[in-house]
Design a protein. Structure first.
Length: 370
């Protein structure tokens, strides 16, 4: 594989914005892959139900603003700081909320052999539509604050009531170098845990021990929290374990790339001044998703029957040990399935490929999921 080109966000944004949408997004892929031939993108998922670029028009269709939030803030300031006064001034004006309504495309481009070596590109696509009245002259619940002004009345326009104001366009949303994102997530995770050490060193847990019988007794002991959880500081975050498990399982060992089957819902924010990162795997449409069967056995189920169901699941998903990663996600395969198989392996009743046994038994001893 050739070294990946460095992706420039400004250049990407311009390529995306200057491409006219078509139903299969072929022109978008052609434009991107013509510019970045050594890092070819493919569409992994189109996730519907997104809205963005919220604006306002008046009752005659004239543009009031392209940025609802800024306009609301200006109106609150002009009204002396009260949301109720903004509503009173504009409730009869017939203002209409507009927004782009469409979907988010998730595109991926691997640039190395490791599971986390890929770019994930998120692109919005959709037309501008009228979606609802901005203010209700006679609201069931009175407007109380800025959020009420932003969200507007609960009733939205039906499909027949909506008007298209501008045709669909593409818009750059986010580019993630997954390896870099994962590194930042792990570093922040560890730093946040280290910052909690002084507090946890002072924390203890009361442990009560009771012995029944004629000579029974009872004792209460305060045990330092870190003595009960000695591995707390070195715990691996679930996001990193996901990629490690993929690399070490028969899926990764067999050459399958996680980004061909899963896209990553990622986020970053600040909480009390501390940077936070989150990653949740989501299955790709191409793998069937909700068309795959649900496997939620009882913990007492026969491991042979469960294993047969999981083997069929893998065949439908199209790669080995797929059921394990769906189990981590939790929607199609329950944790009980992993527990039944892991217990059977420990008891010598079942065998999996050695690499998969190691991954599954590691999960059994320290469970995680999303």
């Amino acid at each position: 594989m050739l070294p990946p080109e460095l992706l420039n966000i400004n250049e990407l944004s311009n390529i995306i914005a200057s491409t006219s949408p078509v139903d299969d997004h072929a022109t978008l892929l052609a434009a991107l892959n013509s510019r970045y031939p050594t890092t070819p993108f493919k569409i992994l998922q189109e996730y519907d139900g997104r809205t963005w670029d919220v604006g306002v028009i008046d009752s005659t269709g004239n543009r009031v603003t392209d940025k609802l939030g800024q306009w609301i803030d200006q109106e609150i300031a002009a009204a002396g700081g009260t949301a109720q006064e903004v509503w009173r001034r504009h409730k009869e004006a017939g203002l209409i909320r507009t927004e782009r309504v469409g979907s988010c495309l998730y595109l991926v481009a691997p640039y190395g052999p490791d599971p986390d070596q890929f770019y994930q590109l998120e692109i919005l696509v959709g037309p501008e539509m009228t979606t609802q009245k901005l203010f209700d002259p006679d609201p069931y619940f009175p407007v109380e604050d800025r959020q009420d002004l932003l969200s507007g009345p609960p009733l939205i326009f039906s499909d027949n009531e909506r008007q298209e104001l501008a045709p669909s366009v593409y818009k750059f949303e986010r580019l993630t170098n997954m390896r870099r994102f994962l590194r930042d997530l792990v570093d922040t995770y560890k730093a946040n845990r280290l910052a909690q050490i002084p507090v946890l060193e002072k924390k203890s847990i009361r442990v009560q021990e009771i012995v029944l019988g004629p000579d029974g007794w009872q004792s209460n002991n305060e045990v330092p929290f870190l003595d009960l959880a000695p591995g707390w500081i070195d715990r691996t975050p679930p996001a990193l374990r996901l990629f490690q498990d993929w690399a070490e399982s028969s899926a990764g060992q067999g050459g399958e790339k996680i980004c061909n089957h899963w896209w990553m819902q990622v986020g970053e924010w600040k909480d009390k001044g501390q940077k936070q990162y989150a990653l949740t795997p989501q299955w790709a449409e191409a793998d069937g998703g909700l068309n795959l069967p649900e496997i939620m056995p009882d913990w007492e189920a026969s491991p042979y029957g469960v294993m047969e169901s999981l083997s069929q699941f893998d065949k439908q998903a199209g790669y080995p040990f797929a059921w394990y990663f769906y189990m981590l996600h939790g929607n199609r395969v329950g944790h009980s399935a992993g527990g039944v198989i892991a217990n059977a392996i420990k008891s010598g009743l079942l065998n999996l490929p050695k690499c998969d046994e190691e991954v599954l038994l590691r999960w059994r001893d320290d469970q995680y999921g999303f």
